[in-house]
Design a protein around this ligand. Structure first.
Ligand SMILES: Cc1ncc(C[n+]2csc(CCOP(=O)(O)OP(=O)(O)O)c2C)c(N)n1
Length: 332
């Protein structure tokens, strides 16, 4: 591992922040303290952390229905995130977006998205603006393996390559779309095979290894930044919890043995073992990081629970841009 100590600790912190946020959100949902659907990112932390570890706040990302991890990895604030998940007025979207519309434009996180495949065209738009403005920024579209069966993905990939835009397509291949294994919905094994169809390079990396993701994505992002055009990075990863929520709902679409086997490759714990082995940090140092971040999560939960819900007179504020909206629903 050639990464310096600071970068190792930075990637580790991004992953632990995601893990703690997601585990807390899962617990709150199970205790009925958090409304709405929740798609947890646990198990896939190395992908968001490894990719976003290469990005600045000016670079943009677009996300998915499984989007908390992307925002956390981009530097998202726990308080505003937790409040948004609880539908509170202090949340990132003033409580009107929830889990699947969470965003922070100041951090270049252009939004989670409940429509599978819909993030990629938005990233193409951001990349087009970057190219037009010659600002040197790169857009990254995160999406799942299932999303590559959606028309919007193909249109986005085609346009990005035709216009030679500064964009990286980051595929999180966790082998399932909801409860359907990948091989039931596509005739290829590697999503990266699709890249050649648009004229962009594609690379596969181990999505359970944050260093592998950091390096593969770093190369693609650097290339895009220097005018080399789009690339597709496929991270082979795995989600530890159910498609949504925590419990399996008794659905037998994958075996307990398979999940247990994948859990042995836990991206955080394996990385911690490596860091201890090479002397980056010891167990006590790691424990202190977990403890510090756990306290931040507790603060965020308290902040969110103490925050008010939006009031009825705020129901239409911040919903449309540049239009006057009335309570009768008419908008111009
Ligand atoms: C356009 C559209 N079709 C279907 C759905 C229902 N849906 C939600 S998540 C999902 C699976 C997506 O799989 P993938 O892109 O691999 O992401 P993952 O859930 O594995 O992270 C589906 C089909 C949707 N939200 N939007």
């Amino acid at each position: 591992m050639e990464l310096n100590t600071d970068k190792q600790l930075d990637l580790h912190r991004r992953m632990v922040r995601i893990r703690l946020f997601e585990e807390a959100a899962g617990r709150l949902a199970e205790g009925n303290r958090l409304p709405g659907f929740l798609h947890l990112y646990v198990g896939e932390e190395a992908v968001a952390a490894g990719v976003c570890g290469n990005l600045t706040d000016e670079d943009q990302i677009t996300s998915t229905h499984r989007g908390h991890g992307h925002l956390v990895a981009k530097g998202g604030k726990f308080n505003e995130m937790m409040a948004e998940l609880m539908g509170k007025s202090t949340g990132y979207n003033k409580g009107k977006g929830g889990s699947m519309h969470i965003c922070d434009l100041d951090l270049g996180m252009l939004g989670a998205n409940g429509i599978v495949g819909a993030g990629s065209p938005i990233a193409v738009g951001a990349a087009m603006a970057n190219k037009y403005k010659k600002n040197g920024n790169v857009a990254v579209a995160f999406f799942g393996d299932g999303a590559t069966n959606i028309g919007a993905f193909h249109e986005a990939a085609n346009m990005a390559c035709a216009l030679h835009l500064p964009i990286v397509f980051a595929c999180e291949n966790n082998e399932y779309g909801e409860f359907t294994p990948r091989d039931k919905t596509m005739a290829i094994t590697d999503i990266v095979d699709r890249a050649a169809g648009y004229g962009m390079p594609g690379v596969i990396c181990d999505g359970m290894d944050v260093v592998a993701v950091y390096e593969a994505a770093g190369e693609a992002i650097q290339r895009a930044r220097e005018g080399g055009g789009p690339a597709l990075v496929e991270a082979k990863t795995y989600r530890f919890y159910n498609h949504h929520g925590v419990q399996n709902l008794g659905l037998k679409y994958r075996t307990d043995e398979e999940v247990a086997e994948k859990r042995k490759q836990d991206p955080i714990f394996t990385f911690e073992d490596r860091m201890i082995e090479i002397g980056t940090i010891d167990r006590a140092g790691l424990d202190a990081i977990w403890e510090e971040l756990r306290a931040d999560i507790e603060t965020a939960i308290q902040f969110a629970e103490d925050s008010p819900l939006p009031t009825p007179d705020q129901v239409l504020t911040g919903v449309y841009t540049g239009s006057e909206t009335t309570m009768t629903g008419a908008s111009r």
